[in-house]
Design a protein around this ligand. Sequence first.
Ligand SMILES: Cc1cc2nc3c(=O)[nH]c(=O)nc-3n(C[C@H](O)[C@H](O)[C@H](O)COP(=O)(O)OP(=O)(O)OC[C@H]3O[C@@H](n4cnc5c(N)ncnc54)[C@H](O)[C@@H]3O)c2cc1C
Length: 287
Amino acid sequence: MKPLPKFQYHAPRTLAEAVQLIDTLDNAKPVIGGTDLVPLLREAACSPSHIVDLNNVAELNYVREEDGFICIGATATHSQVAASELMRKAPAVVDAVSRIGSVQIRNRGSITGNLCNASPAADSAPPLLVYDAEVEIVSSGDTAILPLPELFAGPKINSLEPNELVTGIRFPVPPESSSSSFKRIARRKAFTLSVVSAAAYVEMDGGVCTEARVAFGSVAETPIRAPRVEELLTGEEMDGQTISEAAEAANQSVAPVTDMRGTAEYRRDMCGVLLKRALYTAVGRLS
Ligand SMILES: Cc1cc2nc3c(=O)[nH]c(=O)nc-3n(C[C@H](O)[C@H](O)[C@H](O)COP(=O)(O)OP(=O)(O)OC[C@H]3O[C@@H](n4cnc5c(N)ncnc54)[C@H](O)[C@@H]3O)c2cc1C
């Protein structure tokens, strides 16, 4: 295994201390699980002079409901989120985080790290996009809320300034009449990134879909929503014909690339297949 490069390690105990370190140290990077960052360090793909470990900042570790939002603190691990009773209100998020990597990866890795790494294949992104999630950001003397799509600036590029820290993710508590699902295709069942992924969110009134949101991973430079597909579903009877039309529209809504994990044609075709599965599961969860 390649050795780690030299850096200074910092383990602040409060958020104020972490913000001060990130703000004042030259070339500093935050770390949570390190499951993305450490491989990058070993490959010399990034070489920070300082690493600021957020795991001892107790105020960043929570999954809770607050002011009408479900809030996930920055250091909450995938395992923690998957096990949370509250998260049953957002089943697509649980679907995604309970399958990321392996048990070891899920015990270390976080949703915040998954999103900040900004991979088009980040599994937590499509489900959080369909829940209209927002990112809570803090920098020296300032706080901001960013709609999740604005965090993604390009493949593996986020829009954060070097002195900004994500403190958590939040999304509105979903109504009782809603459900969701996340599906993915990967080369193996575990320990590998998605070739394509899809998340579907529906609000239902009887058999009619009153609100639909869909999102895909690994089919564009960033995880994306598909507004045309959402328009097709909203206000419609959720039957086989509607779902098939939505799947066809999904295939037309994406422009994937060919890479080592799959061809563009395969990814395009699988978008519709995964969307169908996600929609049937989401609707089925309400019955
Ligand atoms: C074997 C293996 C299998 C994997 N399988 C999957 C998979 O199936 N699906 C999937 O989506 N991913 C997978 N991954 C990728 C990875 O595990 C996830 O992306 C993980 O969620 C990252 O979280 P982390 O806490 O480890 O992030 P870290 O590695 O700690 O950080 C990731 C990036 O975010 C930055 N960052 C961290 N915290 C903050 C903060 N608070 N504010 C601003 N920036 C911050 C870091 O500086 C770094 O650039 C896999 C990785 C491995 C090694």
